[in-house]
Structures are given as structure tokens and as C-alpha cells.
Design a protein around this ligand. Structure first.
Ligand code: F6R
Length: 611
């Protein structure tokens, strides 16, 4: 949902030109949006240069010569269009009438029409269709009434309604970058005589790992050697208490020889799982205890994270015997009315910033529901606003399609739920021991799953690339895995893919099946393993292309299928973590065969910060 980077140095600190460094940082944010790109730099002799265009970072930076520009400070932006189509004019930064102020923004200003009309009456003229442009003019307007830039900014911010993370520069104050955050994420990176402001940490990891994650309502500025932050009530924030050292390395945010981040992240799953395992600590115990004594547990998330909640819901109901209800976070009203202070809400979000999930958390909080967050980003909004936060340790995920963050979410949730089942006594100590030991073996098994299935995924992708539609079917715990598999194929290979409980397929979906129609069955070693064979037969009888994703030794299913993805035989409760991997690989390679960029699927952005 748009990526912002701002850099200010005290003297010439950067070895390269500022334009080159801004471009490099922006590349690390490309997953947030990629329909247009731009930058604004204050040059060493005080000029404000603004360059922007429709297109992706590499193309635009070549076209506009990013690398030719140097200066004391600059801001840059990669856009995911909300107000106004992708175009040169709608690209950020946006400037005021006098070309003095340049603004980059992520989010939506809800009252921009009203403000635009007011500003027009006061003589301002607008050239874009964006909501962002009004910010530059609003600040300009307050300045024209005699306020200094920071005061004008604070006054302008008070008039904005909606979600924003924004940064701006003013040619008349050529040593600082101003910023504000409300709902959309923004972080400060603190270097030595160089400071950064960005939508996400990987943007500047190469330069510093000391960060401050801004909170809603915070506003301030950075100079080369100073960070000034004020809270919503004007109190100055004590930075020393807020600085965090992140343990991500710059290499983690690089492709490390892989052609795409997505493939790298699929391959990183064994490591991401072991790191998550190693990170299990007291918070996990605490949350397990909270769950064990909860009357009801609700779970929420969006997209892939929602699929993780469906697996957790199943485990809570069946292993821990705690009534559990999962819902898509933008569908809060499904259960909103019945939530009470005796309930627990688990909010799952890799980024910790997805607005739909954040809003569900906020609404539940108003009803005094106990909130637990599962996230991959320390100090992000959802964990911060929750009563307890437990983190996956997947490292930064740059590919837009979630892979390693999904498997680590499911891993962590499974561990927590097994613990709560143990505390509750709904499973025996012996059963708990077996389940933990299955989970402990998953990093090694995940490695096997990748090596056994990657070649086959590549091969199947050749045929899959020619298909219009596919079904992903499973029963029980395999349903959410099917949903996640279908989402992967849909979002990066642009093939219409739908998931159903296999038993449901004969109640409608089967009407579409004709010879060659791909149907992918996920089969665990559970009570459904034989029942699902009848569903395979039904599809086979209609000439479907049967791909089975099952455990080693399931010969009955193998006999009925055209292709088989195999995974080691594990306890079915933990099997989702392994069985999703072949589907990730299949989606990746299908996207490649079709000539797409799996890291940047069209119309998508990684962190969705608009409702
Ligand atoms: C799919 C995908 C999205 C996210 C969703 C929630 O591959 O990445 O569906 O899962 O936007 O994001 P988080 O987990 O950051 O809340």
C-alpha cells in the first residue's frame, strides 16, 4: 500500500549519490506498490528537484535518471493507486503552488474533497486527482498565515481525517524531513549522522538496524543527527525508551541468488520454522494459559493470515476443545455483536499493520475482549494494541505472496494450542509429547518436502499455465490448506482457483469439471483419508486432471491420480505446515511459465492499509 522512504544526512555521509540510495531503499519497498514512482531531493545548493512517473522502480529510475541527483535530503515513493489512476501526474511526491513543499503519502485522506474545495476558494490550484496533493497545499496555506513549517504541519494534520503515513520536505527548511503517522505504518531508522523515515524496516536495513516504530498520532521531524517526535497531545516522546534493535540483517532482505524473493522465502521455510521454534518463550505459555481458561476464542485475519486462523480454529475445537470461531477481519460484524469481555480474540497478521485486522482489534477492544496478536513484525500496530503479542520469527518477507510467514504462523498457533490442550487436560501428556516432537521435526521435513516436490511442481506448472481454472479440495484440516493453495495460484499465476471441502464439491462445483480440468486433492493421514477417495473417483469419472498432495504411502490415492506431491507422513494435526509447500511451489512455477513476476502480482500490495 505505497512505500515511503526519506533520508537526511548531516554533511555528505552517503558514499553514493542520494538519488541512487533512495532508489535502492525504494526497491526494498517495491512489494508495497509498484504502479508509479517518484522522488524529491533538496540538492546541495538548496534546489528542490521533483521527478516522478508511472511505472516500476527500475524503469522509472532509468527514465528519470534517479542516479544523477545528489543532495542533503530526499523523499521517495512507490505507489499503489487509491485515489486517481496510475499516471505521471498522480505519482508522488505532490507539491504546493509555489513548488516549495513536496509530500509523499500512504493511506487515504477521507475528507480531501472538502479540504480541496476550501483550498481552491483560497486560491490554491491542483493538478492531480489524488488526496495527497491537498496536504502540500494545506501546509502551504498555514505557512502563508505566518506559521513556521512545523506549526503549519501540526495545524494541517489536525484537519486531516483518515489513514496516513506521510513525509514531506520544505525547501525553506533544507535540513529536515517532517513526518506523521495515523494508522498507516511508519518507522524511523537511526544512523550516525544520517536518519531515515520509511514505511518498513527493510528499506534502510543496509544502513542501520536501530529503529523507532511510530505510533498513531505521532508527528515530528528528522535531521541528520536528531529525531524529534511529539505525541497526539503534544508531549515530546522520550526516544531513548523507544529505540529497538532489530535482528534482521540486510542480507535477509536480499534475493541471495534466487531469481525471486518468493522462491527464496519458500526455501527459507525450514530456517523460519526453526527460528520460530527457538523463539518460543514465556509469552507462548501465558497465551496458552489464557486460552485454556477462555470460554470462547475468536480468531481473525485477512487473506493468508485468515487461512492460518482457520487451521487454529480447527485445532482449538478439536484438540483443546475450546469453542473457537474464525472470521475474516473485514467481516467483524459476523461475530462482533456477541463478543464479550469473557472472550479472547486472536488477531493474526504477518505485517501487524493490516487495517482490516487492526480495526477488528480496535472494535473488540472497546468491548473489553482480551486481544492476542500473532505477528512477524515487532512493535507493529496490532501487537502494540493487543494485550499479549507472540511473534513468528520468519524474518522479513518481501514477496507479496505470503509463504514462510504462513507456515510459521500455523506452527506457532499449533504449538500454543497444543500447550493449552495440555493445560486443559483435553489431551494426555503422552499425546502432547508426541505432538511437540512432530512439530520439532517439521523444519527438517519441510526441507524434504521442498527437495522432493520442486521438480514436479516445475513440471506440472507447464500444463497448469494453460488452464483457466482449478479446484483445490480437501476435508477437515486440509480445507484451509486447499484455500491457501488456491489463493497462491490465483494471486501470482492469475488462474481462477477455488477451494471447497471435497464433500461439498458435488453440490455445485462439479458442474464445471470437464476433461483436463485440474483438481488438486489434499489428503492427510486422518479419518478422511479413505472417504475422500470417492470424491476423487467422482472427478476422475468426469475426466478431471487429478493432482494429489498426500503423505508417503497413501497408495490408494496415488493409484487414482495423474500426479502426486508427496510429503513425509506426520500427525495430521501438524500436517498443514508441510502440505502447503508443494502448492506454493506450483503457484510460483506456474507464474514463471506464464511470464509474470511472482514477487509483484498485479493489483496487489503486501501490507494493505486501506479498508
Ligand atoms: C496472500 C497475502 C495476503 C495477506 C493479507 C494479510 O499471499 O499475502 O492475503 O495474507 O493481506 O496480511 P497480514 O498478514 O500482513 O495481515
Amino acid at each position: 500500500m505505497c512505500g515511503i522512504i526519506g533520508i537526511v544526512q548531516k554533511g555528505k555521509i552517503l558514499k553514493k549519490k542520494l538519488g541512487t540510495v533512495l532508489r535502492g531503499c525504494l526497491k526494498n519497498l517495491e512489494y508495497r506498490g509498484y504502479d508509479s514512482v517518484g522522488f524529491a531531493i533538496i540538492t546541495w545548493n538548496g534546489e528542490l528537484v521533483v521527478r516522478k512517473s508511472k511505472g516500476k522502480i527500475d524503469d522509472v529510475s532509468r527514465k528519470l535518471g534517479f542516479d544523477d541527483y545528489d543532495g542533503v535530503l530526499g523523499i521517495a515513493h512507490t505507489r499503489w493507486a487509491t485515489h486517481g489512476k496510475p499516471s505521471d501526474i498522480n505519482a508522488h511526491p505532490h507539491v504546493d503552488c509555489k513548488n516549495t513543499i513536496a509530500v509523499v503519502h500512504n493511506g487515504i485522506i477521507e475528507n480531501y474533497q472538502e479540504l480541496k474545495e476550501k483550498l481552491k476558494e483560497r486560491g490554491h490550484f491542483f493538478i492531480s486527482e489524488t488526496d495527497t496533493e491537498i496536504i502540500a497545499h494545506l501546509i502551504e496555506d498555514y505557512k502563508s498565515r505566518g506559521y513556521d513549517t512545523f506549526t503549519a504541519f501540526k495545524k494541517a494534520i489536525k484537519e486531516l481525517k483518515g489513514a496516513y503515513a506521510l513525509a514531506f520536505i520544505d525547501k525553506e527548511v533544507p535540513d529536515r524531513i517532517y513526518f506523521a503517522r495515523n494508522t498507516s505504518p511508519l518507522v524511523i531508522g537511526l544512523g550516525k549522522n544520517i536518519m531515515f523515515v520509511s514505511s518498513d524496516i527493510p528499506a534502510f536495513l543496509e544502513y542501520t538496524n536501530r529503529v523507532i516504530v511510530l505510533q498513531d498520532g505521532e508527528i515530528g521531524y528528522i535531521t541528520g543527527d536528531e529525531v524529534h517526535i511529539e505525541g497526539i497531545d503534544g508531549t515530546i516522546v522520550d526516544k531513548s525508551k523507544r529505540i529497538r534493535i532489530v535482528d534482521w540483517t540486510p542480507e535477509m532482505a536480499k534475493k541471495a541468488g534466487y531469481p525471486h524473493f518468493m522462491l527464496k522465502e519458500i526455501h527459507e521455510q525450514p530456517l523460519a520454522l526453526s527460528s520460530t521454534l527457538a523463539g518460543i518463550g514465556v509469552e507462548v505459555e501465558k497465551l496458552a494459559e489464557v486460552l485454556a481458561s477462555a470460554q470462547r476464542v475468536f480468531l481473525t485475519g485477512a487473506g493468508t493470515s485468515y487461512h492460518a486462523t482457520l487451521i487454529a480454529e480447527y485445532l482449538l475445537n478439536n484438540l483443546a476443545e475450546i469453542p473457537a470461531f474464525s472470521f475474516i477481519s473485514s467481516e467483524y460484524n459476523r461475530y462482533g455483536k456477541i463478543l464479550t469481555k469473557n472472550d479472547v480474540l486472536i488477531a493474526v497478521s504477518q505485517s501487524g499493520e493490516t487495517i482490516d485486522t487492526l480495526m477488528a482489534v480496535r472494535r473488540a477492544k472497546k468491548k473489553n475482549v482480551f486481544i492476542a496478536a500473532i505477528s512477524n513484525v515487532i512493535d507493529s500496530a496490532i501487537p502494540r494494541e493487543s494485550n499479549i503479542a507472540v511473534y513468528t520469527r520468519a524474518g522479513p518477507e518481501i514477496g507479496v505472496a505470503a509463504t514462510k510467514t504462513f507456515t510459521t504462523q500455523v506452527f506457532l498457533l499449533s504449538w500454543i494450542i497444543i500447550k493449552s490442550a495440555q493445560i486443559k487436560g483435553s489431551i494426555t501428556e503422552e499425546e502432547a509429547k508426541t505432538l511437540y516432537s512432530s512439530l520439532r521435526r517439521l523444519p527438517e521435513y519441510a526441507r524434504n518436502v521442498i527437495s522432493i516436490n520442486e521438480f514436479l511442481a516445475k513440471k506440472i506448472a507447464q500444463d497448469m499455465a494453460g488452464k483457466q481454472s482449478a479446484y483445490y479440495l480437501g476435508r477437515g484440516l486440509a480445507v484451509p490448506v486447499s484455500m491457501e493453495g488456491a489463493l497462491k495460484l490465483k494471486e501470482i499465476a492469475y488462474i481462477h482457483a477455488e477451494a471447497y471441502p471435497a464433500g461439498e464439491s458435488k453440490h455445485g462445483p462439479i458442474a464445471l469439471v470437464e476433461p483436463g480440468f485440474p483438481v488438486l486433492f489434499t489428503i492427510f493421514d486422518d479419518e478422511y483419508r479413505d472417504l475422500i477417495l470417492a470424491n476423487i473417483e467422482e472427478m476422475k469419472a468426469r475426466g478431471a486432471w487429478i493432482i494429489v498432495n498426500t503423505f508417503e504411502g497413501n497408495e490408494k490415492a496415488v493409484k487414482l491420480s495423474n500426479n502426486v506431491f508427496k510429503t513425509p507422513r506426520v500427525q495430521h494435526w501438524v500436517a498443514p505446515i508441510l502440505h502447503i509447500i508443494p502448492y506454493q511451489l506450483l503457484a510460483y512455477y506456474t507464474s514463471i511459465v506464464k511470464g509474470y513476476d511472482p514477487d509483484k502480482p498485479r493489483n496487489l500490495a503486501k501490507t494493505v492499509t486501506v479498508e
